[in-house]
Ligand binder design. Structure first.
Ligand code: ZN
Length: 91
């Protein structure tokens, strides 16, 4: 499932600028949190989630973590040879 970020405008619409970033499934304009967004509002790649100067919708973020946990770098498997020993030292 493709996800994309889409902006919610501040009160006043496009001239007022971006208030919040939501996440939408596919190329839609309905956010994962249920909010209807302007289909012409700016969109960004899902990998920019959390990297914008504007805040990201917390509800969308929670859904996203359930559907696309692989977006986070820390969940990627390490290449062979870089695996760390995670067991507690036993002395
Ligand atoms: Zn949202």
């Amino acid at each position: 499932m493709m996800h994309r970020m889409r902006a919610e405008y501040a009160a006043g619409g496009a001239p007022a600028g971006v208030r919040l970033w939501h996440m939408v499934r596919g190329g839609g304009s309905v956010a994962m949190c249920g909010r209807e967004l302007d289909a012409a509002a700016p969109a960004r790649e899902a990998v920019d989630w959390g990297r914008t100067s504007e805040i990201c919708c917390h509800t969308c973020g929670a859904y996203l973590l359930r559907e696309a946990p692989w977006l986070a770098d820390e969940h990627r498997p390490r290449p062979p040879g870089e695996e760390r020993e995670t067991a507690w030292p036993t002395g």
